[in-house]
Design a protein around this ligand. Sequence first.
Ligand SMILES: [Zn+2]
Length: 259
Amino acid sequence: MSAPSSDVLSWLEKLIAIDTTSRDTNLPLIELVADHARSLGLSPQVFPTPDGAKANLLITVPDAQGRTDGGIMLSGHSDVVPTDGQAWTSDPYTLTERDGLLYGRGVTDMKGFDAVAINALAALVAQPLSTPVHVGLTHDEEVGCVGAQPFVDAMKAAGVLPDIVFVGEPTSMRMIRAHKSINLVEATFHGVPAHSSLTSSGVNAIEYAASLVRYWREQADRWRADGPFDEAYPVAYTTGSVNLFSGGNGVNIVPRAPR
Ligand SMILES: [Zn+2]
């Protein structure tokens, strides 16, 4: 792999110097990049959070026909994880080179990619493109991808739906084409309490909950047996399990509800 150009390093140095720990604002970084895009004659779109403390950024380089829909997106996040309690041997917000390696908070995850994408804008503007290219920067990825959904909504509202998105997360330089999603379901059962000598007067919440647990186990077994399958994953089918369970009111009481 060739060394990054001095222009990319210059961008990385600037991005690293702005502390964008997720708990703080990312606006100085967003404004810096938006100003750069404006200087290239582009029209960056800044989408602030409802409280105005942070923002997502969309930069579109239209194709030769002026088209902005579809195309390719280079997607990065602007925030970084905290350095609290970590033993750094150099200032985390000063890009530092030692033994051919670059050190700084977010160099790998993922201001390095951001710097490459931002630096590419000038070259993209300078030539007629056969398809639009977008650069996107989100806020609050490190605290649950909080910025991503409003970013997608804002892009939809702006009429920009890329055909392909490259997300520059660190993957040890391997191409990762997909990622399993997660769905969490919480169910609460409400029974009718009664003394355990009078079960016919009560409705047992735990027993009804157990039937849902059983159903869910069988559903997971069906996925394992019948798919759909994607052999690219270490576990090639959809998984499901019951991971938390609580309930009961007393050893001699038909349970009313979970604890
Ligand atoms: Zn990341």
